[in-house]
Design a protein around this ligand. Sequence first.
Ligand code: UDP
Ligand code: MG
Length: 321
Amino acid sequence: MTAVYDTHRGPVVLSIVVPVFNEEEVLPLLAARLRPVLDGCGEPYEVLAVDDGSTDRTKPLLEDLRGAWPQLRIVTLRRNSGHQAALTAGLHRARGGYVISIDADLQDPPEIIPDMLALARADGLDIVYGVRVDRSTDTGFKRRTAAVYYWLMRRLAGTFVPAHAGDFRLLSRPVVDTLKTLPDQQQVYRLLIPWLGFPSGQITYQRGERVAGTTKYPLRKMILLASDSITGFSAVPLRLATAIGAVSLVVCLAFLVWTLIVHATGSSLPGWTSLITTVLFFGAVQLFCLGMLGEYVARIYTAVQGRPTYCVARDTDDELR
Ligand code: UDP
Ligand code: MG
């Protein structure tokens, strides 16, 4: 893979994209571990820290770090747009021939970046996934929800989804350029990238614990990611609604026949229990199916609005021109 040349600033072989949201505790530790690895690679590189609307001391800290680290580039988003949107901003702006995305909290070890690059070059791969050997450092809740998520997405998405591959991965320039041609709405990269079908490999690693601070993925954001994953990659829930409707229809018809027979034979029943359970059951089924429909309608609504998923307030690279 050749470097991408920019007449103003020279070639960049490797871009590292780090989404950062309120990571003041983590940033100095990240820089201390990431920089030696990248300097040791011997390739021209840039680190894009995408500040996803942080409200703590992340902003001044990034400025300080940049003062002593010219390869650090700060892309500031106007407001918190979410992890995947921050990744999109980074991928769209990265200049490198290879782009590696990594979390800020050092759960993904920067030390395997050279191995990813070497594997991509040696085997001519366009994608190298970082795959977690085990999740022993995650909380029990995170492990269980992740297991359900990957199980469900493998069944629903209909494409190969590498299990336990998060957002630590290497992409070649052709992959990034392909991603840039897609509408940038509510992307879930861990599903979208395998779907593209480029030649890929994997490197396994031991996922560490978050070095400092707290998770920036509360339950609300996890549910949003799961919802975007399902509505973005599968129409199965919609078909499921049809199937539930069909089964309900058969059950209702049978019930109708039975009530007519009971009526015809003249035996009257108290009937309250069966009535109330039927009403409640079908009420619940209808609301559930409406909810599922609503998720898809919400996706269409957002797509029709056509608003960008992120707005960049500042890119320190633009100031060099
Ligand atoms: N992140 C972000 N915007 C958000 C939430 C998270 O840019 O709205 C970043 C965060 O700073 C980190 C990465 O996404 O670099 C992954 O978040 P985190 O480590 O908190 O997720 P977890 O590992 O707990 O799933
Ligand atoms: Mg983390």
